[in-house]
Design a protein around this ligand. Structure first.
Ligand SMILES: NC(=O)c1ccc[n+]([C@@H]2O[C@H](COP(=O)([O-])OP(=O)(O)OC[C@H]3O[C@@H](n4cnc5c(N)ncnc54)[C@H](OP(=O)(O)O)[C@@H]3O)[C@@H](O)[C@H]2O)c1
Length: 133
């Protein structure tokens, strides 16, 4: 099985590369090798790649910067995963996406949701996911 790990330079991505190395055909891409903020480059690079499973361990995880750079946060944490899902859907590859349950929700009064939905539930807002509540 060919596993492609995006965000391989991060804590989770690096741990996954270490865990899968030798067990599967694993390739890790760090931000220098694949920048999720460049959606065109993501489409071009991954659209021409062969793999069975794509694991997205990348994320704009600096919470304070997400507050001050919401457009960038939405691009990397929402739009890019959407593009990854589209690529995987088109090619019938499996996608595993990691995120956090500590997402702010635009649709309920709680400051944070315990049950965020992933992929396909965009609000149209540039800042927030909508949760299940
Ligand atoms: N660690 C945990 O305990 C934990 C718990 C729950 C959920 N998660 C989720 O798991 C995911 C990974 O967490 P982590 O702890 O491994 O975070 P991390 O160490 O901050 O790793 C995130 C990685 O994403 C990369 N990245 C940032 N912007 C990027 C871009 N534009 N294109 C490509 N890569 C980009 C970072 O690269 P640079 O370093 O070069 O910026 C970094 O290598 C996140 O979605 C996080 O919310 C983690």
């Amino acid at each position: 099985m060919r596993i492609l790990i995006v965000g391989a330079g991060g804590r989770l991505g690096a741990a996954l590369v270490r865990e899968f190395d030798g067990k599967f055909q694993v390739t890790g891409l760090n931000r220098t090798q694949l920048d999720l903020s460049d959606l065109g480059a993501v489409r071009e690079k991954l659209g021409n790649s062969g793999f069975d499973v794509l694991i997205n361990a990348a994320g704009f995880t600096k919470v304070d910067l997400c507050e001050t750079q919401p457009d960038r946060a939405f691009l990397i944490n929402a739009e890019a995963p959407r593009v990854l899902a589209e690529i995987c859907g088109e090619k019938s590859f499996r996608l595993i996406h990691f995120s956090s349950r500590r997402k702010k929700c635009a649709g309920c009064a709680r400051p944070e949701s315990r049950s965020p939905r992933l992929l396909g539930f965009w609000t149209g807002s540039s800042e927030f996911y909508r949760c299940n509540d």
